[in-house]
Design a protein around this ligand. Structure first.
Ligand code: ZN
Length: 150
């Protein structure tokens, strides 16, 4: 068992465990410094389902941060879904349903799609079957029309 001492600022060099305190509320700034990420990364996490509490300031509950990140860790280990790209840049996965992506010239049976990693700015790409690409476009269209108020 570790001692129960309360958080004592440890040297900057030591690897801090990036675990949030369950019942603490974190501002977006706090989240950025806790994980050492930029604002865009936090916004991107929100696209992937990190929930925030919107008051005059955006707040994140520690327990939510922890569960979001353990969920992401599990997802990285599981194989990519049909509309996911494994990103060699951030070692994570990106969903084509969420990120904007480019479609390269269609191959005979597979088409290369690529996107810019929202966390590192690197490129990630994958190959999709024409039928999957069709389905993906269909998903995106229905998502768009669902979001656009008529
Ligand atoms: Zn990435």
């Amino acid at each position: 068992m570790m001692s129960t001492s309360t958080s004592r600022p440890s040297g900057k060099k030591s690897k801090r465990s990036r675990v949030a305190r369950s019942n603490w509320l974190y501002t977006q700034q706090d989240v950025q410094s806790l994980y050492g990420v930029c604002r865009n990364t936090v916004l991107n996490w929100m696209k992937y389902g990190l929930r925030s509490i919107e008051t005059e300031r955006r707040l994140f509950l520690g327990a939510e941060l922890n569960s979001f990140h353990s969920m992401r860790k599990r997802q990285v280990k599981s194989p990519c879904g049909r509309f996911e790209i494994h990103c060699t840049s951030c070692k994570g996965k990106h969903s084509l349903l969420i990120e904007p992506f480019d479609v390269a010239e269609a191959g005979r049976s597979r088409t290369r799609v690529s996107l810019t990693c929202p966390e590192t700015g690197g490129k990630a790409s994958s190959f999709l079957r024409e039928t999957d690409l069709e389905e993906l476009r269909h998903h995106l269209e229905s998502k768009l029309s669902a979001e656009t108020p008529v």
